[in-house]
Write a protein that binds this ligand. Structure first.
Ligand code: HLD
Length: 515
């Protein structure tokens, strides 16, 4: 560590034009005079990030430089050395990490529910990292706690909850877990102290067969067991069938068990289906069952006058999950859960740790939100949402959502124009998920029977492998129930244009016609 931390050398080091030879000890906070090298180092890191962002927005670059895990272990030095590495090496490490990273902001990346990179939200994430605070008390995060308060109230207003409470969570699955915990608390408040013995009946949860696996996971985590999370059949568009739900609820009651939680999905992960909330809410009311709406994916539609109707009846739910890091394009992660009734989160989860949540502080301790949650420390996920929302305003966000759906319509039209090459599984998608098979030349003029469907299911992962190896395009695939592997294309990057959809279709044909 030749140049590190020798105070006599400090002036020489700081005046040096080559920061590569410096060490972490020459930067803040070890070097209290480290302003200049710290600034130079961070500006270089920003340059590396800007280069990555510029390439991600350049359609002539690849989406991915794919290597197998074995190859990447050889290409990249993951080891921790005994001796400190100099800043030059640290900058190289930063560059290399991004070199092999998938460009999820590239307009030819259609692989995940969260695509794209909003620049204002990114600025928010950078500022958040600089502030580096924990979100458990007002004491150490006053501005960000009040920001959460305002934005979460705004989101509840948009949902149609006139009162209530909310919290930001690490991901939609945990948001859904909170809903189950709070529903259980509402029914059996003594569970908190007495545990499983407090449950006088077997509690049963209902969710559609197409819903996210997190309701099942919450059933396992909360002590009900996955056998007591019942999959409700769906119609051909992937929406829960209300009459099937009622049949299963009645069956549960006749067994002597207690139906207690209905998870209604607004935007299923694969097909993008919206369960019809009102008929499910009628059943929830009739049998006094907690209704949760998992709008992790589709919640963004609430910002659009054109698409909001897909969530009609959402205000009848007792809880709602809504992830701004999906349709709203806030940087990962940003996930919220909202409750119609105020006070339940605190009541269910409060542990009153007196080294954090002292009740005799000199301010209103209801702003110490850390005692409402099961996780203690919370990352600041609000600033990147707040600043992005301010930059767009309500109008800009509506345009953002409408643009994604307009492009989806465009792509569906183009697929319908080429029925020899593409087979749409859901002809009229409800969300920005487009489910389809690509048909290679040899399967074009054959009947669409079981055998062709099986072959298309085999071809799909082969075409995905070609995409990854060529690095030009990424689209996800999966089977659903009886339907073998098919592509699920997601348009959630507001930078995508019609020319990118045109590229997607011709690139699939270029890569796959001879399969
Ligand atoms: O469960 C999730 C599935 C996906 C996806 O298929 O892209 C959650 C997310 O994405 C996500 O972005 O939080």
């Amino acid at each position: 560590m030749a140049s590190s931390c020798s105070c006599n050398d400090e002036k020489k080091i700081i005046n040096s034009t080559n920061i590569s030879q410096l060490y972490y000890t020459d930067l803040f906070p070890i070097n209290e005079n480290g302003n200049k090298p710290t600034k130079e180092f961070l500006l270089k890191v920003i340059e590396i990030c800007l280069d990555f962002i510029q390439k991600s927005n350049d359609r002539s670059t690849k989406v991915i430089d794919f290597h197998t895990p074995e190859e990447l272990q050889k290409l990249f030095d993951f080891s921790i050395p005994d001796e400190p590495l100099n800043i030059g090496q640290i900058l190289n490490d930063c560059r290399d990490a991004l070199k092999y990273q998938v460009k999820t902001a590239h307009p030819h990346f259609f692989n995940q529910l969260s695509c794209g990179l909003d620049i204002v939200s990114l600025a928010g994430e950078w500022l958040t990292a600089a502030a580096n605070t924990n979100m458990f008390t007002y004491e150490i995060a006053p501005v960000f706690i009040l920001m959460e308060h305002h934005i979460l109230k705004k989101m509840r207003d948009i949902i149609g909850f006139t009162n209530g409470d909310s919290i930001l969570c690490p991901g939609g699955a945990i948001s859904n877990l909170y809903a189950v915990i709070i529903a259980r608390h509402k029914l059996f408040a003594e569970y908190k102290a007495k545990g499983l013995k407090a449950l006088s009946q077997q509690l049963v949860l209902f969710t559609s067969e197409h819903s996210h696996y997190s309701t099942r996971s919450a059933g396992a985590v909360c002590g009900f067991g996955t056998d007591n999370v019942i999959d409700v059949p769906c119609d051909e568009r992937g929406r829960m069938i209300p009459s099937e739900l009622e049949r299963l609820v009645k069956e549960t009651i006749s067994r002597g068990d207690r139906p207690f939680f209905i998870n209604c999905t607004s935007g299923t992960t694969v097909l993008g289906a919206f369960d019809q909330i009102n008929p499910l809410a009628d059943i929830a009311d009739k049998y006094n069952i907690w209704l949760h709406v998992d709008a992790a994916w589709g919640g963004g539609c609430l910002l659009s006058r054109k698409h909001r109707h897909k969530l009609d009846g959402i205000e009848r739910a007792r809880s709602v999950t809504w992830n701004p890091h999906k349709l709203m394009s806030t940087l990962l992660q940003c996930s919220t859960v909202h409750f119609k009734e105020n006070g339940l989160l605190m009541d269910a989860n409060q542990m009153c740790a007196d080294y954090l949540f002292q009740q005799d502080k000199h301010y209103d301790v209801s702003y110490d939100t850390g005692d409402k949650v099961i996780q203690c420390g919370r990352h600041n996920d609000i600033f990147k949402l707040w600043i992005m929302w301010r930059s767009k305003g309500m109008e800009g966000y509506e345009r953002h959502i409408d643009h994604l759906f307009d492009l989806t319509d465009y792509m569906v039209e183009k697929l319908k124009d080429r029925p020899d090459q593409f087979y749409l599984i859901i002809p009229e998608p409800e969300c920005v998920n487009i489910s389809f098979w690509y048909i290679p030349t040899r399967l074009r003029n054959v009947p669409h029977d079981r055998q062709r469907i099986q072959e298309l299911g085999t071809i799909t992962p082969q075409l995905k492998a070609r995409m990854m190896n060529s690095g030009t395009l990424m689209i996800g695939y999966q089977p659903v129930g009886e339907i073998p592997n098919f592509f699920r294309n997601i348009i959630s990057n507001s930078g995508v244009q019609t020319k990118d959809i045109d590229f997607l279709l011709s690139e699939l044909d270029r890569l796959g016609h001879d399969l």
